[in-house]
Design a protein around this ligand. Sequence first.
Ligand SMILES: CC(C)(COP(=O)(O)OP(=O)(O)OC[C@H]1O[C@@H](n2cnc3c(N)ncnc32)[C@H](O)[C@@H]1OP(=O)(O)O)[C@@H](O)C(=O)NCCC(=O)NCCS
Length: 181
Amino acid sequence: MELRRFKARDGREVILRTPRWSDLDDMLDFINSLVEEGADINICQPYTREEEAEWLANLLASMEKGERISVVAEVEGHVIGHVEIRIGRCYESHTGVLGIAVKRGYRDRGIGTELMRMAEELARERGLGIITLAVFSTNSRAIHVYEKLGYRVVGRVERGIYKDGRYIDKLLMAKEVEETS
Ligand SMILES: CC(C)(COP(=O)(O)OP(=O)(O)OC[C@H]1O[C@@H](n2cnc3c(N)ncnc32)[C@H](O)[C@@H]1OP(=O)(O)O)[C@@H](O)C(=O)NCCC(=O)NCCS
């Protein structure tokens, strides 16, 4: 389902929409490109097509069940970005945990910011009050985007990440998207 269209800073048209099964090969290429560049996300092994198919099947099923919000960004017919919010269960059902990535070559064009805004809008529609996320403390671009959108650092796990032979702090950030009091 198409959600929104806009022009990226480089003039290219971006479509924000929900993911579908036919995105499998794009999603596989996308995740493995992030692994290959060593992006600051907590995935360190390339996915096989079977593993990615299982991941996508789970994603689509959990969206159906209302457990996840997921939006992809499409440029020139290919998925180049993804944001998801995993909705909490039980006493955390007013909260969600966000994850986002935009493919190398498409960054710094405003796409990540628009994906975040879209996810937040859908979260609000679903009645979520709080969105949290975790980020490597060295990921200054991601932190810039999150702070710009009103997320604040609410916690720090010192040396919570071990990557390429060194420890990095993991930051927990949160934003109240709807009055919770
Ligand atoms: C983080 C990420 C999702 C942001 O998406 P994006 O499409 O690049 O984001 P945008 O283009 O909307 O915004 C990027 C902003 O960061 C700024 N920026 C770029 N490099 C920066 C840096 N090293 N330090 C601080 N800010 C930086 C840009 O100037 C821009 O700011 P502006 O909107 O105020 O002008 C994307 O870069 C990405 O996928 N990175 C790799 C995976 C990742 O880190 N995911 C997040 C894990 S928590």
